[in-house]
Design a protein around this ligand. Structure first.
Ligand code: LMR
Length: 398
């Protein structure tokens, strides 16, 4: 039965990491998957997380199932982080949250919900987008297409084209947006642009889903949520998939959420009931540990302060690496102006390197970046920077 199958294509991001792990060259550098590395090239467990885990272990009294939509305390903490303390959407009962296994779990639950309840809706993604987005929606049976987002020649957001496209998306279709730190381009909408897109989404009766995986990795927790909040205040119906892999460093605990916002508390309750049904059919109910860590940290003033400091530290290191990358390339005589990388937000830089240049970097220099030219800046350190920049300089000359 299995012998007749073809091998599945390698995943463009995690498949590269598999190849990286098999690479025996000691100087190899992985700048593909979006995982934060500290100055020593390690992905640390945050101190605030360790402390929360100690508390959780002591207090744990059962391993019984969580509800289908997870812990209520976690859901409340997620909504507060997303919308801010005492936001009217929350106090009016217009938001409800399901705890999901990672942000990807949240996206898949949303996808199943869309497919069940809005079977003829197509989903529109930014061009480009996270390489796994199409997989998640196709697996749920949803047809996808793209709206313009990025001007690759100018290395910046192409807002005019995006806005014009939104005016022409058929009523009832689904639009996928990145909450902040757009993956892969690092180019975000301004608050005014978020507001305007929210108004178009409402007037054209579109169904928006926001992928919010990098809150705190751009300009700060509050600033990074401000566009999403402005959007939610315009559009009546919104779904938000949150991930805490990066900002809490909880990658392998798979901690995420799907928050639904409806035009009234009744509408929200109806949508949430279908989200629970999708969860039941998918993985029944979520794992508890990672959500427990996040809820413990967010509900304790001292732990929260410590976490926010640790998050600011990660963010500052990434910003330093952006500047160091640009400066080192210049120092190595690279003529092309890479200063646009400094204005990009989040873990990634969309470098403009071609597929061929990416392959040479991998094969000749053991430097792994995604085929689209996306570089994980959070994987750069002062120790590997010189080697990375020498290789990029040579590849650009060749
Ligand atoms: C990435 O874009 O590299 C991360 O979101 C990790 C992943 O699962 O692809």
């Amino acid at each position: 039965m299995f012998n007749q199958l073809d091998m599945a294509p390698r995943d463009p991001i995690l498949g590269l990491t598999e190849t990286f792990q098999q690479d025996t060259r000691p100087e190899k550098v992985n700048l593909s998957v979006g995982v934060y590395k500290d100055a020593n090239g390690k992905t640390p467990v945050l101190q605030s997380v360790k402390r929360a885990e100690e508390r959780l272990l002591k207090a744990e009294a059962t391993k019984s199932y969580l509800p289908m939509d997870g812990s209520a305390e976690y859901g409340a903490a997620v909504r507060e982080l997303l919308l801010g303390n005492g936001h009217p959407i929350v106090t009016d009962g217009r938001a409800n949250t399901a705890q999901t296994p990672g942000g990807t779990g949240g996206l898949r639950v949303a996808a199943d919900f869309f497919h069940r309840k809005y079977p003829s809706a197509r989903l529109w993604m930014s061009d480009p987008t996270w390489a796994n987005h199409p997989n998640v929606f196709h697996a749920a049976g949803i047809e996808t297409t793209n709206y313009p987002y990025f001007d690759a020649a100018a290395n910046q957001l192409d807002y005019e084209s995006m806005r014009n496209a939104f005016h022409n998306i058929p009523e009832g279709d689904i639009v996928l947006l990145h909450g902040c730190c757009h993956n892969p381009t690092g180019a975000d909408l301004s608050i005014e642009q978020w507001r305007e897109i929210g108004g178009i989404v409402k007037s054209r009766a579109l169904l928006p889903l926001i992928d919010f995986a990098y809150q705190g990795f751009g300009d700060g927790l509050e600033q990074d949520a401000s566009g999403v909040r402005a959007f939610c205040e315009q559009a009546d119906n919104v779904l938000v998939a949150s991930s805490f892999s990066k900002n809490f460093g909880l990658y392998n605990e798979r901690v995420g959420a799907l928050t639904v916002i409806g035009e009234s508390s009744e509408a929200t309750a109806k949508a949430h009931s279908h989200i629970k049904a999708s969860i039941r059919a998918n993985y029944s109910n979520p794992p508890a540990h990672g959500g427990g860590i996040v809820a413990t940290i967010l509900s304790d003033a001292a732990l929260r302060k410590e976490w926010e400091e640790e998050l600011r530290g990660m963010c500052a290191r990434i910003r330093d690496m952006r500047s160091l990358f640009v400066d080192t390339l210049k120092a190595k005589g690279v003529k092309r102006d890479f200063s646009f990388l400094i204005g990009q937000r989040g873990m990634f830089s969309f470098s403009g390197l071609t597929r061929e240049q990416v392959e040479i970097l991998r094969e000749k220099y053991a430097i792994y970046i995604v085929n689209s030219g996306r570089i994980n800046v959070a994987g750069m350190t002062e120790s590997n920077m010189d080697r990375i920049c020498s290789a990029v300089a040579e590849v650009l000359q060749g």
